[in-house]
Design a protein around this ligand. Structure first.
Ligand code: AMP
Ligand code: GLY
Length: 419
């Protein structure tokens, strides 16, 4: 089987890596990929927003299945486009991708199907938003609609902060804004819950917790993710059932009522409040770095999972996992999530990687046979182990060995699960 993977981050390197360990795979193509994917796949330098060029390459090279990593092409309808040319694609179509592309679409679905989520209001202009904020309780959450790459969400402690958020959103900081969302602040513990769905049936695909803030102790600005661990400490059979019954199933039913089958990974970002799950947001893809953290725990051949999903035969498959704990620590360029330098050499030779340790590249490329940085998040170091403590220690050992002067990482990933 020939497989194409769209994207260039740590998530896509982990996807390529999991496919590579299967005997069924003849060739992997990664569009456009990074230095890490280049050692296991053919990197193809096509802009992932250029659907026509991607389609031409996929047809010419007889690629059997295409997996879409990031949200933007999904929200822009890449699946609908490629399927028109009879290309087999793993990922949700444009309608289903609104679950991530439009927070308002999701909130309305929650309302209609009684999915637990925070109370909210949709505001069409600054005046109505500000007048609401004058009489509300704080903290309060203000969100831009649409994709904002992890930004676009403000947790405001008072009216002054909130009015600044309203101004920034309506001034177009996250793209043209016709409305914004104000929602109740939920106090609880977050959890990421994943399923894989083939349109007819679905299977759970693990849980994780990421660390979005840039500094230790979950301080500072939001980032794409500084690290993650799996499983979430909150996972239990009882909670899984509530999540499936109250959140996942009504969502799939809501999409079905729109004549839409959900195919692909679905990532529910949840807040667990006194044992009850509330939906914060949906992502229509694997998380990054959750994917890097989860996939090394997978026992079942990943290529078979994808093939069965495409064939709508997931119900026939038992997905098995290693019981181990897994921790991913992200190495970032100094200055991230603001400005940083690229093209700085990384020395990745002679690292003492143990069994069950993995390095997934994110922002890297090869220039003159040398691996150099090419982004804010640069590498993911993942360790699978019997316990979270040794998983983290071993990931940190590798990062200390890499000893990259241009970068930094958090040493406290997983602090809630490590004494
Ligand atoms: P989102 O992009 O919607 O996941 O929001 C980013 C982060 O903001 C989440 O991971 C939460 O930490 C926080 N957040 C979003 N919505 C809420 C809410 N209603 N209550 C509390 N925290 C929230
Ligand atoms: N780690 C958060 C995300 O992938 O959206």
């Amino acid at each position: 089987m020939k497989v194409g993977v769209i994207g260039s981050g740590g998530r896509e390197h982990a996807l390529c890596f999991s496919l590579k360990s299967s005997n069924n795979i003849k060739q992997i193509y990664c569009f456009p990929g990074n230095a890490g994917t280049s050692s296991i796949a053919k990197n193809i330098n096509i802009n992932i927003n250029d659907f026509e060029k991607l389609k031409d390459f996929i047809i010419q090279n007889e690629i059997d299945i295409v997996i879409i990593g990031p949200e933007k092409p999904l929200v822009d309808g890449i699946v609908d486009y490629l399927e028109k040319f009879n290309i087999k694609v793993f990922g949700p179509n444009k309608i289903a991708s609104q679950l991530e592309g439009s927070k308002i679409f999701t909130k309305k679905l929650c309302e209609k199907y009684k999915i637990p989520t925070s109370k909210f209001g949709i505001f069409l202009n600054p005046k109505s938003a500000l007048s609401f904020l004058q009489n509300c309780n704080f903290p309060i959450v203000i969100k831009a609609d649409g994709l904002a790459a992890g930004k676009g969400v403000y947790i405001s402690e008072n009216y002054i902060e909130a009015s600044k958020a309203v101004k920034e959103i309506f001034d177009g900081k996250f793209g043209k804004a016709e409305n914004l969302l104000i929602e109740e602040f939920l106090k609880g513990e977050e959890m990421s819950f994943f399923i894989i769905s083939d349109g007819k049936s679905y299977k759970m695909f693990g849980t994780a917790q990421d660390h979005k803030r840039v500094f230790e102790g979950d301080q500072g600005k939001n980032t794409g993710g500084m690290g993650a661990y799996s499983p979430s400490r909150l996972e239990s059979e009882k909670l899984n059932k509530k999540i499936i019954n109250n959140i996942i199933e009504p969502t799939l039913k809501g999409l079905k009522d729109l004549n839409c089958e959900y195919k692909g990974f679905l990532y529910a970002g949840l807040m667990i409040v006194n044992g009850e799950p509330f939906l914060i947001e949906y992502n229509v893809r694997m998380g990054d770095p959750e994917c890097q953290t989860l996939l090394p725990k997978l026992k079942t051949d990943f290529s078979i999972i994808i093939k069965k999903s495409i064939e709508q035969e997931l119900h026939n498959l038992n997905i098995e996992w290693y019981e181990d704990k897994s921790i991913c620590v992200v190495l970032c360029s100094n200055g991230y999530p603001d400005t940083y330098k690229n093209n700085i050499e990384l020395n990745l030779k002679k690292l003492g990687l143990k069994k069950n340790q993995f390095i997934f590249h994110a922002g890297t490329k090869i220039v003159n046979n040398i691996v150099v940085s090419n982004g804010g998040r640069v590498l993911n170091v993942v360790t699978r182990s019997n316990d979270f403590k040794s998983a983290r220690e071993n990931s940190l050992k590798i990062l200390d060995e890499i000893n990259w002067n241009n970068g930094f990482y958090r040493r406290d990933i997983g602090y809630k699960v490590i004494q």
